[in-house]
Design a protein around this ligand. Sequence first.
Ligand code: FE2
Ligand code: FE2
Length: 178
Amino acid sequence: MMAAAAREKLLKTLQFACSGELAAGLAYRGHWRSVSDPGERERIRAIENDEWHHRELVSTMLRELGSGPDPRRERRATIIGRTLGALCHIATWFPPMYGAGKLESRNIREYEAAARFANDSGNERFVDCLLTMAEVEWEHEAYFRARVESHWLSRIVKVWSQPPAKEEIRKSFSSVSS
Ligand SMILES: [Fe+2]
Ligand SMILES: [Fe+2]
């Protein structure tokens, strides 16, 4: 990919991710407060903190690129995140766990794509951080998948497709970019 096109894609993906982390952070804040199991509360609260940390890292990258978050996306993310967070208090246990897992599986791919765009646009210095974030999202996905699969409803509701093994994140990156 041409460097200029890759840079454009990198910027868009980072803006998308930055607002996505905002929505996720707000949604998880509602989610952990709505569950009663102490272990689940603890883990989802830690996941919320991971998302705020990701948002900081992505914001810093955007700033370094002379850009920033997209204000329209940010406003939308705030509404979506707050709404989802509030809905967690109304919904039963299963839908928020399911929704979170499905979303996390998308986040893995999003950071993998960002790492490739960073590499192709001469921003190799972001690659390791982006792949690490993909790996953290992989852990989040695995957690919500395990919770969903522990529930009888997962025998009726089809669970989203399972991501490749965690090691594949780095392996597939180096095979594409070398
Ligand atoms: Fe994240
Ligand atoms: Fe996540």
